[in-house]
Every structure is written in structure tokens, then in C-alpha cells.
Design a protein around this ligand. Structure first.
Ligand code: DQA
Length: 140
């Protein structure tokens, strides 16, 4: 199977920002590990990051017919982007929502996701392993 891992706003700074929350590893390193994890299970993964909401929506649209699944950490857009929600609802590719941190143990505004309802499922709170668990959900 072929998967697309999408990271949204501010996630390019993983490993540099709020290390106590998101860890010390860079997104490049996390993605390299994920690519190896997918390959070890006979699958393939592509990666995309953008801070721009519209670019994330466009990339989701382009996933149609190209991928078997999408793993999406939309960052703060999770909490209010109706555009991203509509982009997910508008494709038949299943999307799994991911958060590295336990958003329910943080500020109240992080407890709302406008995306979960249109996603296949959600994985949160396991640091970089949230991405692995989300990927794995497609072949378990
Ligand atoms: C995040 C949680 C969001 O609330 C936050 O805005 C992020 C990262 C996470 O991975 O835990 O940027 O999606």
C-alpha cells in the first residue's frame, strides 16, 4: 500500500519548538523513521508539510486515487479549519488524524477537533509513535 503523511502548520519546527511537548527529534528524522517502518512492512510512504492551509487542502485533494491512506497532523488547523474538514470529507481516501501530544491534557481549546468526525480514526498522545500507530492502523 501507499500512504501519504501530511504535517500542517508549525510542524516543520518539530525538534526546535516546545521540546518538552513535541520532543527533540526533527520532522525529517521522524519522517525517515516512518518511511523505514512502512518499507519494513512492505509499504511505501510519501511526505508533505506546509504551513499554508490551502496547500494542505490541495494536497489532500490530489491524494484521491493515488494513496491508500493519509496520516494527517494538521497542527493548530485541527481545531478550526473547516476548509481542511471539507477537503477530507471530499475524498474517498481514508484519513487518520494524528497528534503527538495528548491534546485532552492541555488547553481546553485543543479538545475540539473539527476533523475527527470526517476521519477514519485518531491517534494522539504517543509522541512520534502516534504517526507509526496511525500508519499501522491501515494494515492491522
Ligand atoms: C499537535 C497539537 C495541536 O494542538 C498543536 O497546535 C500542534 C501540534 C500535536 O501534534 O500534538 O501544532 O497537532
Amino acid at each position: 500500500m501507499k500512504f501519504l503523511v501530511i504535517n500542517g502548520v508549525n510542524l516543520a519546527r518539530t525538534g526546535k519548538r516546545e521540546k518538552g511537548v513535541y520532543g527533540e527529534e526533527s520532522l525529517e528524522k521522524i519522517n525517515a523513521e516512518l518511511a523505514a517502518f512502512a518499507a519494513a512492512h512492505g509499504h511505501e510512504a510519501d511526505f508533505f508539510q506546509s504551513d499554508v492551509e490551502g496547500e494542505l487542502c490541495a494536497r489532500l485533494g490530489q491524494a484521491e486515487g493515488r494513496y491508500d491512506g493519509v496520516v494527517l497532523n494538521a497542527g493548530a488547523y485541527t481545531h478550526y479549519s473547516i476548509a481542511l474538514r471539507d477537503a477530507i470529507a471530499g475524498i474517498s481516501v481514508p484519513v487518520v488524524e494524528v497528534h503527538m501530544s495528548n491534546v485532552f491534557a492541555r488547553e481546553a481549546f485543543r479538545r475540539t477537533s473539527v476533523l475527527t468526525e470526517v476521519c477514519r480514526g485518531e491517534v494522539l498522545g504517543f509522541g512520534k509513535n502516534s504517526y507509526k500507530l496511525a500508519l499501522e492502523s491501515f494494515w492491522l
